[in-house]
Design a protein around this ligand. Sequence first.
Ligand SMILES: Cc1ncc(COP(=O)(O)O)c(C=O)c1O
Length: 497
Amino acid sequence: MVTAIAFDPHARTPLHRQLYDAIRGAIVAGRLRPGARMPSTRYLSEQLDLARNTVLNVFEQLLAEGYLVARPGSATFVADELPDRALRAARRVQGHDIKAPHPPSATETGVGLSRRGRELADGPIWARVPPRVPGAEVAFRPGLPALDAFPFERWGRLLARRWNRSGADLYDHGDPRGYGPLREALAEYLAAARGVRCDVGQILITTGTQQAIGLAAAVLLDPGAAAWVEDPGYPFARAALTAAGAALVPVPVDDEGIDVAEGIRRRRDARLAVVTPAHQFPLGHAMSPRRRDALLAWARDAGAWLVEDDYDSEFRYVGRPLAALQGEDPERVVYCGTFSKVLTPALRLGYVVVPRRVVGAFLAAKVGADLRTPPLEQAVLADFIAGGHFARHVRRMRVLYARRQDALLAAAGRFAPSLTLRPRPAGMQLIGWLPEGMDDRAAADRVTRAGLQAFPLSGLRLEPSRAGGLILGYAPVPAERMADCVRRLHAAVVSGE
Ligand SMILES: Cc1ncc(COP(=O)(O)O)c(C=O)c1O
């Protein structure tokens, strides 16, 4: 991995310093592990096209500082015990959980990153939140479904059957568009449940919405092109756009959804907008019909694309599900759906319905990204749908989540105004609004220290706001655990007042 360092010969930083920073940065961030054997200086100088003496000097320096150790036989290794300075830096990078792996910030990785790489590394704070430690409390992690109600046995049986009996069919390269029967099942489901207008040829299976948005950005945006994003909004959609070099244009949302007039005022010429019309993430409003019309009218007028992130529309508890925007203009809207909410995010399975005229480009981008989505789970999922288990699971979860939302509201009712929640007719999370002026990041830190998880609303904003809140995912919290979790949550919130 050391040989993958990209040097910038035009940078003001001299080459030996770039090499030093890169190796030290990799050691501090844990990408070069304690005890790892370093390549020889001769090998490195050849691979990196640097003078041998430059590499030797850098090794000398790192040896002198204690990051590297020389062992008999002249090989060099990463030190088992890092110097104090490095450990302090590592703690800083890893935040409050030293055990959790954590991406280094741009400052820590030092030289070698592109501008886009630096923007990504310093990007959304969610990407910098350590993953949940296995076994830790799941309350109130947003985006997590009720894994306590996941049909593990049924899934396991279907998986074992496919694993044992599929023969060569599922073990070869497979179709880059995705597993045929799954795409056919989706075409039927989307037409019936979401009013999506497409044929099966327009459906590609992706590794989640994340990849779908990434593909859209890759094929529809030139580097530097403007893209509207909802503010507050989904940070990982922003990350996918940033990775494609887009210029993000934050557009405020209100209780009718994205403020189209404001978007036009800021960047009428944007090439694309990513929106969550059925259920705005994270505030939870449905886009009003007049906003939908205004958005479509702008997109047609500007020749822009709309990317519809329909991430949890299955969970609407009151009234009829709202039809997808895609059905209103299938040649302009790229529709993204996911199994992360309805089943589990661990599957990494989603789909994108692509306007007919750009199917070929999306497919090429998909192949360029990862050749294809692993077929085995796709086949199991197709079996799960065909057997009627999917529809049953969605129905059960709809009832369960409505009950869990009620339990959350009942438990939180007595804590207003230090924690104020409003019922919502859909979804898997609510905002716990904090008293005006309370720093929601500090509150979220206190909640984390209390052993719960709640992410700060400000982490999803590009522009500051005085209205702070915590995003509370209630789907994974059993109703009987809710009162206790809410009590601990509230105690942590007010402990900072
Ligand atoms: C707004 C939004 N979009 C999409 C997703 C799902 O993304 P993926 O399919 O990549 O897991 C989530 C899940 O957390 C989400 O909150």
